[in-house]
Every structure is written in C-alpha cells, then in structure tokens.
Design a protein around this ligand. Structure first.
Ligand SMILES: [Zn+2]
Length: 91
C-alpha cells in the first residue's frame, strides 16, 4: 500500500492507553472496533507514504494537542458505544 492513514496507528495505540485509565463496560472486539471507527470518523485523517510512515507517526504521536484530541474522542466514543450496544453481552 503506497499511502495510509497515520491516524489509524495512533488511535489504536492511544486506545490501549485509554483502556488503562477508563473502565469500559464491555471490551469485546465489536465494541472496540465500533469505538475506533467513531474516533477515526471524527479525527481528520493524516495520510503518509509507507516510506515516511514511521517518522511521520512518531512526530504526530508526541504532539500533546493531537493526543488530547484523540483521548477526548475516545471518551465520547466509549459513551456512545456503551449506550448503543447492538449485541447481548453474555455474563
Ligand atoms: Zn461489546
């Protein structure tokens, strides 16, 4: 793939951080994917070539403004997913 959206990598990485600080009601794959999709729809994509990718991602990743934007979106996505779960959770 010649170009990809660097935000995907960043959102997935920050999701792991988010999970450590926020107790989600459900952490199944469906809820996780729903959250990632919501966040990626709300955050402008940052396309990069696969050649420059790693450095580009690193540069974005250490940007505190971007980090707090993604964290805020994750928080909102968690709220939405928790209140609109399409599936029954077995417990
Ligand atoms: Zn779930």
């Amino acid at each position: 793939m010649p170009v990809f959206n660097a935000m995907e990598t960043i959102v997935i990485n920050l999701f792991d951080e988010f999970q450590k600080n926020y107790e989600m009601k459900c952490i199944c794959n469906k809820c996780k994917e729903d959250m990632l999709a919501l966040v990626l729809n709300n955050i402008p994509p940052r396309y990069t070539s696969s050649e420059k990718g790693q450095l580009f991602i690193k540069g974005l990743y250490i940007n505190p403004q971007l980090q707090s934007d993604v964290m805020r979106e994750l928080m909102e996505a968690a709220n939405i997913v928790e209140h609109h779960q399409q599936h029954q959770v077995e417990s």
